[in-house]
Design a protein around this ligand. Structure first.
Ligand SMILES: Cc1cc2nc3c(=O)[nH]c(=O)nc-3n(C[C@H](O)[C@H](O)[C@H](O)COP(=O)(O)O)c2cc1C
Length: 465
């Protein structure tokens, strides 16, 4: 196995719904500047490959309970430009929603930050699932999946053309002769598609990396095809080891069929480790986080509008096949209660036991709240010591399930620091993660070559053919 790629998926107030409530957690987005700087320092001293910032183009009261980190946060391009000034080696990946973004603006910002940071920028292209974004961008409706993917295909093509506007040696800047620019090496974009129309050229020199690495995150068939054809990193949500192996194989064969070297497509899974000094300690953190998640029945007169529909005893009743809707959320889940559960209900009890150490026949049985939370909070959680978590990462890499991980932290800064200072050294000790930055640019960290300018490539092929 080649070494793992590891980046931090930064969510400043924590990536778990109750993470911001945990003692000592960063919880006020108005002081994100300090929290982001601290996360970047910790990540860079652990020599992580990159910091990754997602994006969301709307907010509302509903997000407070589902994904509180989405309620109010620094926009991703601003976050990476800010952090470029405080860091020296780590990659900086920002997300752009191509259904609403303007490619000239995105190409200009990313080329600029790539030059400012010495070649450390990456760009994640998403098509976005948030329908409210439409009304924030002067549109009547959120386009259908196929239309959004038709647009992202054009977007990616245009971005690469814009980044190739200047050949690497187009700017001569010869004070003696007075020649600043070689006009033959500045190229228009001239793109006119169904969704986008861009004249170009871009008014920024070619990025240090030629093209900043592209990431794509999604899960539909169109998403898989786009990642396979056009992305350097495919960010995929996976449900367990076997599914991960199958998705990586599918992506790699789609990449091969599209004519590219499939080894240049890296498949990355999000993971949320809960790191403790002992397994019991890690389980106690996961336990406390579960207990801090609110569920619908916590409001005697009903939850606030747009509360997540699946976070309730009524929904749990559907899953476990026993009517628990009138019971207290903090009622113990005893062996007698579990005896009547469906197979899915029994499985949920096992997941809770693994994560929190609570089992129905033990001294501290789980409560119904634990089950509701495990069923409704969507997180690829791994709970254990640094050694146990590192062993799990290594096993996934070795079996070809992933090329790396985007690490989410439930509680900032404590859980991110526990990962960076505990799990990363253990991965290094096992030889699956480097102890030093070996390259300068994000492309070099990811083991990717610098692409040639399309205009140079076509000139060379004209001369040689
Ligand atoms: C791991 C992962 C991270 C994602 N991050 C974002 C994000 O930051 N912003 C966003 O708008 N969508 C994000 N998405 C959503 C996808 O872009 C996509 O819109 C969603 O999965 C809808 O399905 P599809 O695009 O696969 O058809 C993410 C998806 C995955 C799997």
């Amino acid at each position: 196995m080649s070494r793992l790629i590891i980046g931090a998926m930064v969510r400043a107030i924590g990536a778990y719904p109750s993470g911001w409530r945990y003692p000592g957690a960063h919880r006020d987005p108005r002081s994100d500047a300090a929290a982001l700087r601290r996360a970047a320092e910790v990540a860079e001293s652990a020599r992580l490959d990159y910091l990754f910032f997602g994006d969301w183009l709307a907010t509302g009261h509903d997000l407070e309970f589902r994904d509180p980190y989405l309620v109010a946060r620094i926009d991703p391009l601003s976050a990476i430009s800010y952090l470029a000034a405080f860091t020296e080696r780590i990659g900086l990946i920002a997300t752009a929603n191509t259904s609403y973004a303007d490619p000239y603006t995105v190409a200009r910002a990313t080329a600029s930050i790539d030059l400012l940071s010495g070649g450390r920028v990456g760009l994640s292209l998403v098509t976005g699932a948030e329908a409210r974004a439409a009304a924030n961008h002067g549109r009547d409706f959120h386009a259908a999946n196929d239309t959004r993917y038709d647009r992202v295909v054009e977007f990616e093509h245009v971005l690469r053309r814009l980044w190739d506007s200047f050949e690497d040696d187009a700017i001569v800047a010869d004070a003696a002769t007075g020649v600043f620019l070689d006009p033959a090496k500045l190229h228009a974009t001239d793109f006119h598609g169904a969704h986008l129309s861009v004249a170009g050229p871009l008014n920024v020199a070619r990025p240090v990396q030629g093209h900043p690495p592209l990431v794509h995150a999604g899960s539909s068939p169109r998403s898989r095809l786009f990642a396979a054809q056009s992305a350097d990193l495919a960010l995929v949500a996976v449900n367990g080891f076997e599914q991960a192996v199958a998705i990586r194989e599918e992506l790699r064969s789609l990449a091969f069929e599209s004519g590219r070297d499939d080894r240049t497509l890296k498949v990355i899974a999000p993971v949320l480790p809960i790191v403790g000094e002992t397994r019991e300690h890690a389980q106690s953190i996961a336990d406390e986080l579960s207990e801090l998640v609110q569920i619908a029945e916590d409001w005697p007169d009903g939850p606030p509008a747009a509360f997540p529909a699946n976070r309730s005893l009524a929904q749990l009743t559907q899953l476990v096949g026993v009517d628990v809707s009138k019971l207290s959320p903090d009622r113990a889940v005893t062996p007698a209660l579990v005896a009547g559960f469906s197979a899915a209900g029994q499985e949920l009890v096992e997941i809770v036991a693994e994560r929190t150490g609570r089992s129905p026949s033990g001294e501290r049985p789980p409560t119904l709240r634990h089950l509701v939370v495990a069923a409704s909070v969507n997180a690829s959680m791994v709970v254990g010591t640094a050694v146990e978590i590192a062993a799990e990462f290594e096993a996934w890499g070795e079996a070809g399930a992933v090329d790396g991980f985007n690490v989410l932290s439930a509680v900032q800064p404590a859980q991110f620091e526990a990962f960076a200072r505990g799990v990363v050294p253990e991965l290094q000790r096992r030889g699956v993660f480097p102890t030093e930055y070996e390259g300068e640019t994000l492309r070099e960290h990811l083991g990717l070559d610098r692409p040639e300018n399309v205009h140079v490539r076509s000139r060379v092929s004209r001369v040689t053919s």
